[in-house]
Design a protein around this ligand. Structure first.
Ligand code: SF4
Length: 478
């Protein structure tokens, strides 16, 4: 997860940070632990970042301290490195020529190797924010870029563009990056295109790069195209300049369609909302149910519940109220916080559900915390029967590409059969969408998708002796 946003405006417009602030608002669902913006007036890069939501981190005064016509921004959901202040992004690095600021959505699977490359090239004195307690794979990328540019001061003619073309092929795993020096912005995407990254054009001139097209819409930018897998883009006054650092091997994350992306996102030409409705329709065909109403687990389960209701001719109803001021429970950083979050977030509407046979549609089951608490709450509130339907297959394998469910024993489907899960939830029945129908709903060929958390076939190979874990780079663990 994580949301990234960057903008290059005409020099006469100094509002890049304010535009980034609005863009980050549209990407808040991708990360809620910290937020940050770096901006440049062509002479200096300033950064402001802190723990918390975009609305908690920024105000008029902090945005006013970020002048300039180019900026990069970030909302964080931690996968490598704990959710501490030092790990907030964008990350700054000093080079022989100035400063760079970098923001990352994704997760690398060769951090140990990259750390060794850094040590081999620059000795044991770690550079930049790594030396100040930053424990993210993002700090490794920044240190590799800045280390190369510091070395260039010894006589090599090196630009950030040529340095990036040299460093990016070393990275393995998921990375949708936006970064900047004082004068240009850059965007790069891993060869698999695991996480989304799109480019928009502003009517008044300038370009925007963002994790999802909703962030383009909010700032009035028109969708131009994706950053291609394996592509590096540089943006300046003359527009876009494209280079390639690797051949594309497209393998986009299917979970973006299931849960991660906003429903108004378009991924690889497919509207995410439409894909989710189709998943619900297919689920109704696979696991029909004799029930009185279909209710969603709001909000990510809503489109699939609409599809289930349409296909099965069972009325759709809102049976749960959601407290919108509570973040997504799935992406809170600890189990204890997740459990508190669930009870804060959802409350049954007794007048709708009492005495009814319910079909409850959710998008996925990862740890199973939400669904277990939910079935209990619905029964306690008077539901006659609770039939759980999930619009994706069981998650059996960890994700190493940017979702924080890296330990196999955290995955309920990895430990229990479907029947045992149903029993653990106390549900009257339980059905998961098949892999084939989930893929079918995306309108994509299976060969262009990452399906690893369902199949165990990872599109990027990595060392099994250095399994990427969240705290891999915390002090003393390498
Ligand atoms: S393992 Fe699953 S969640 Fe991770 S990138 Fe692949 S499809 Fe997405």
């Amino acid at each position: 997860m994580c949301g990234v946003f960057s903008v290059y405006l005409p020099k006469s417009c100094q509002d890049a940070a304010k535009m980034t602030y609005f863009g980050l608002y549209a990407l808040q669902h991708r990360g809620q632990e910290s937020a940050g913006i770096a901006s440049s007036n062509e002479e200096n890069i300033m950064v402001y970042k802190d723990l918390g939501l975009v609305s908690q981190v920024f105000n008029e005064a902090s945005l006013a301290s970020l002048p300039g016509h180019l900026a990069v921004g970030h909302t964080r959901y931690s996968t490598t490195g704990s959710p501490k202040w030092q790990n907030a992004q964008p990350i700054l690095g000093n080079t022989a020529f100035g400063v760079i600021a970098l923001a990352h959505n994704g997760n690398l699977v060769n951090s140990v190797e990259l750390n060794q490359i850094l040590l081999d090239r620059y000795g044991d004195v770690q550079t930049g924010e790594l030396a100040n307690g930053n424990t993210t794979d993002t700090a490794l990328i920044t240190a590799l870029l800045t280390g190369n540019l510091l070395k260039a001061a010894l006589g090599k003619d090196q630009s950030l563009l040529s340095t990036a073309l040299e460093i990016l092929p070393l990275l393995k795993g998921a990375f949708s990056l936006v970064f900047m020096d004082e004068k240009q912005i850059y965007a790069a995407r891993d060869p698999q295109g695991l996480r989304p990254l799109v480019i928009g054009e502003l009517a008044e001139g300038g370009h925007v790069v963002a994790s999802e097209n909703a962030a383009l819409d909010i700032v009035g930018a028109t969708f131009l195209r994706e950053v291609e897998p394996g592509e590096l883009i540089m943006i300046d006054d003359d527009g876009l300049h494209s280079s390639r650092f690797a051949e594309p091997k497209r393998s986009g994350c299917v979970f973006e369609y299931v849960y991660l992306a906003r429903p108004d996102a378009q991924i690889f030409g497919r509207a995410v909302h439409e894909a989710r409705v189709e998943m619900g329709r297919a689920l109704a065909r696979e696991f029909p149910c004799d029930a009185d109403i279909v209710i969603p687990v709001p909000e990510s389960g809503t489109p699939a519940a609409v599809g289930f209701a349409k296909e099965s001719d069972i009325p759709f109803a809102q049976g749960l109220t959601k407290n919108s001021y509570v973040g997504r429970t799935f992406i809170q950083p600890t189990d204890a916080l997740r459990r508190v979050g669930i009870r804060l977030k959802l409350n049954p509407l007794k007048s709708v559900i009492t005495g009814k046979r319910l079909v409850v549609v959710d998008d996925s089951i990862v740890r199973g915390n939400t669904q277990k608490a939910l079935v209990q709450m619905l029964k306690d509130s008077g539901a006659k029967e609770v039939h759980v339907r999930i619009s994706s297959p069981p998650v059996n394998f960890p994700c190493y590409f940017g979702i924080d469910f890296a330990k196999p024993d955290e995955l309920i489907a990895n430990n229990l059969s479907v029947e045992a899960i149903r029993e653990a939830f106390g549900a009257d029945s339980l059905g998961f969408l098949s892999l084939e129908n989930m893929i079918g709903a995306t309108n994509r060929d299976a060969s262009t998708l990452c399906l690893a958390c369902f199949t165990g076939n990872y599109p990027v190979k990595f060392s099994t002796t250095n399994i990427p874990t969240k705290h891999l780079l915390e002090r003393g663990t390498l």
